[in-house]
Design a binder for this molecule. Sequence first.
Ligand code: HEM
Length: 511
Amino acid sequence: MSSSTTINVPYCAVFLAAVSILLLRLLLPRLRPRKHGGAMNPPPGPWQLPVIGSLHHLVGALPHRAMRDLALRHGPLMLLRMGELPVVVASSAAAAREVLKTHDAAFATRPRTDTFHTMTRDGLGILFAPHGDHWRRVRKLCVTELLSPRRVRSFRGSREAEADSLVASVASVASASQGKAVNVSYLVSTYVTDAVVRAVVGGRIGDREALLASLDEGAKVAAGFSLPDLFPSSRLARALSGTARRVEDVVGELSRIMDAVIEDKRARRSGAGDEEEDILDVLLRFQHADDAPLDIGTIRAVIRDLFGAGSETSATTLQWAMSELMRNPAALRRAQAEVRGVLVGLGQSRVREEALPELSYLQLVIKETLRLHAPVPLLIPRECREPCRVMGYDVPQGAMVLVNAWAIGRDAASWGADAEEFRPERFEDATPAVDFRGSDYEFLPFGAGRRMCPGMTFGVIVTELALASLLFHFDWEHPGGAGGLDMEEALGITARRKNDLLLHATVHAPY
Ligand code: HEM
């Protein structure tokens, strides 16, 4: 079944709960929607119902898909009302350029939805931080210290060790019993999380399974559309919302894990030698800065944000890259031939990072994966800080602003009639070259502008290293054949695979 026809339960729940609120509202006139702006010429959008607004248009499909279908009818800049919340959606390269470049400053803050508020209850990091001095300071720290190219290079040894572990885990399943499928989804998620954890704290953590489970739950609940997000003025919405409780639980669990990680690091630091600093070392150094010390809540929140933002996204990319290669045997053969040829040329028996710049086709495979499967399909929501005119329409102050990077990556106007097909070669043909570094608005997997992803270099290298290793060491097959693989997406802040990717692996180059 295609995901566009899937009834997804959380949205039905939202719908039913919203209908209950509608009925109650008729009985309780005190429950009033919040007023937003007096826009003169608002963007067009679909017809609305009282109280629930446009929510009924989103039932039955994942939000990025439903919004793409609505945009085809209503235009590249569209106004929805989701409960009490005005939501402006940009769905073309031109609309994204206006939001992320022309009016970047006006849209550089994050909305204070109930979910985002709870997410930052135990400390404000970077992901959900409103635009302002705190965000500027932490962002600068991320860009110049924590995720700078030099720092990312310094984690190379731990990344390669984690890629070796990934290969060893696949090999052990492949050789343990003939015919047993490898759970690629689980193994790549574990690999990416371990690689990010090692960069942040310098080693693995004891609570790895708990961290994986919490990140997984966090990605599901942080989609930003829980009932209290949609009806912020309604206490009833909060009382009815199971999601709000799930967000509280996941925040509590993540805070517990972060505190244990920080305690453990403090204990290890007292006897530390002169090893390369990891990200937590740097943050703890800033905790004692003379001019503006970082408080412990911020440190806890920053590392939680890096775990969250770094793990799910890169793991999602790897899962879709392997899925697309299974469905496109010619691309799989070409990528495998390239990595095997390059490693023979370098005389290497396992993938080391110096081989990665030589793998030009593999890089195209990853670009094409990011184009078709933007891991954060609606980017992370922004909020309009001041009344703003975009493409001739007035965007009301306080509106949530979404950029549908998933739809933009598949827009035939930018990518041609075969936009829905997986064809890495399209990037070879493109003149001028199109890249994801934030200046080509038809291709925005990392966003653009001042809130653009600061972890891009790290995310790309983690993904390239694992994909090259999987293709070098193993031959892969889907039990149901190339055409039998389902491509259904899960609901969440990331658009990862709904079902685990289970593949057969045969060892090609022993580890
Ligand atoms: C394939 C991998 C990745 C993808 C596709 C990705 C994508 C994104 C996107 C779309 C945003 C929101 C941009 C916006 O609002 O315009 C974002 C923000 C962010 N990402 Fe990434 N990301 C990836 C990897 C990473 C990694 C590895 C890290 C760090 C370890 C990271 C850290 C962050 C942070 C801290 C933000 C928030 C920036 C801010 O609000 O100022 N990301 N990412």
